[in-house]
Design a protein around this ligand. Structure first.
Ligand code: ADP
Length: 272
């Protein structure tokens, strides 16, 4: 069950969801920037401890999907929300333009292979949703094939969920102005130029098409077993605080436990 906090971000497809109604600058859920940052650090530490239990328990996994337009802050989110976690139990997978081998399979093949095994938190930087976003906007597949994918994705995620993977999907929602600002920063700051890709400008021209494709995907694929959360992401600190809180609450609800000693009694073990 999603908490009251998480519900504020949850996409409810049935009630006329509209992405345009969500303000990317919204910071009203937090009183104070410094407090929110401190809370994020605390939540990140709690996530680390819960992740340790999840790993020890070894029976279930958590999949965190991050989607957003270029410059929406997917990498920054990973850095801030999971920075307290040791590398053993967390796997980050970026999904880029499919390789030749990947293209020779169905679109979920590479995704299924990257799903977290039991005990692991898997983080997807982009995901199978690219197959109904960029693929739709750039017409990289037949419309009928794309149309089928929403149901296929829901079925796929249901199967993962039935098999012990908890799924959280975050859309990092920034404004077009904010993207312009971040692109300018990438162009002018030598420490960020490596992140700039001229193709980002071509994508920016297709902003409205991307937003329409996002809205359709969010509406059609927000399910009880794999909800979509739209996170106002113009402010890094709001984005980080909201996602850290939802991830923490989800892990707390999963309540992973250290397995007890089985077949031996800790009191009777003598180590000399
Ligand atoms: P990022 O922007 O995620 O940091 P890149 O600059 O390498 O990393 O961008 C990855 C690119 O791969 C994006 O433009 C994205 O739309 C594209 N991509 C991801 N998955 C697919 C897919 N299934 N089909 C086509 N393009 C894809």
């Amino acid at each position: 069950m999603a908490s009251q906090f998480a519900k504020k971000f949850t996409v409810d497809g049935g009630k006329g969801f509209s992405l345009a109604k969500i303000n990317p600058r919204d910071d009203s859920l937090f009183d104070d920037k410094e407090k929110a940052k401190a809370q994020t650090a605390e939540d990140a530490e709690a996530i680390n401890q819960l992740q340790d239990r999840l790993y020890a328990e070894g029976g279930r996994s958590l999949l965190v999907i991050l989607q957003g337009i270029d410059c929406s802050g997917k990498d920054g989110t990973v850095r801030s929300v999971f920075n307290a976690c040791g590398p053993i139990g967390v796997e980050v997978t970026p999904f880029k333009v499919p390789s030749e081998e990947e293209r020779a399979h169905d679109y979920l093949w590479r995704v299924h292979k990257a799903c977290p095994s039991k005990g692991i938190i898997g983080i997807f930087n982009r995901s199978h949703y690219e197959d109904v976003l960029v693929v739709k906007v750039k017409k990289l597949a037949a419309p009928q094939a794309i149309e089928q994918r929403y149901e296929e994705i829901n079925d796929f995620e249901k199967m993962l969920s039935d098999n012990g993977t908890r799924i959280l999907k975050f859309m990092l929602h920034i404004s077009k102005d904010e993207q312009a600002e971040r692109l300018r920063e990438r162009v002018t700051n030598p420490a960020k130029q490596w992140k700039f890709n001229p193709s980002d400008l071509a994508n920016r021209k297709l902003w409205d098409d991307y937003m329409a494709a996002y809205e359709t995907a969010l509406k059609r694929c927000s399910t009880p077993h794999a909800p979509w959360y739209v996170i106002p992401a113009n402010h890094h600190w709001v984005r980080n605080a909201a996602i850290a809180r939802i991830v923490r609450e989800t892990l707390e609800e999963m309540a992973p436990k250290y397995p007890p000693a089985v077949g031996w009694d800790p009191k009777s073990v003598v180590i000399e």
